[in-house]
Design a protein around this ligand. Structure first.
Ligand SMILES: [Zn+2]
Length: 114
């Protein structure tokens, strides 16, 4: 499924401004942080909706409790996971593409799961 760009999904300028401010106040990726990795989201990061929203008209869209900072790789992993297209491993650098949104390897054969 092609979700289009953020603007096409109706996120718009207001969200862009909010996102910048939020990331200034919450500069670390929460997903990386959970794994003990400090990743800045100030440049190239995202403000993620913890619970997926349909767009700005969704009451959860502007709900601060539903927001979290994610770096680009964690955000891509989460959205791929939610879109059901997970498994599209790109193998870029050291980015772990084989972990779920909770940071646990998706592969059931991984030693963490034994
Ligand atoms: Zn991250």
């Amino acid at each position: 499924m092609n979700r289009g760009t953020a603007a096409q999904r109706g996120y718009g300028a207001r969200w862009a401004a909010y996102s910048r401010q939020y990331r200034k106040e919450n500069p670390l990726c929460v997903d990386c942080l959970a794994r003990g990795v400090l990743t800045s989201v100030e440049h190239g990061g995202h403000v993620d909706h913890i619970q997926a929203v349909s767009g700005p008209s969704d009451p959860l869209f502007w709900e601060p409790a539903n927001h979290q900072s994610l770096c680009h790789s964690c955000h891509s992993r989460k959205t791929a996971f939610e879109d059901g297209s997970f498994g599209n491993k790109k193998g870029k650098g050291k980015v772990r593409a084989d972990c779920g949104i909770d940071g646990v390897p998706v592969d059931g054969g991984h030693h963490w799961r034994k």
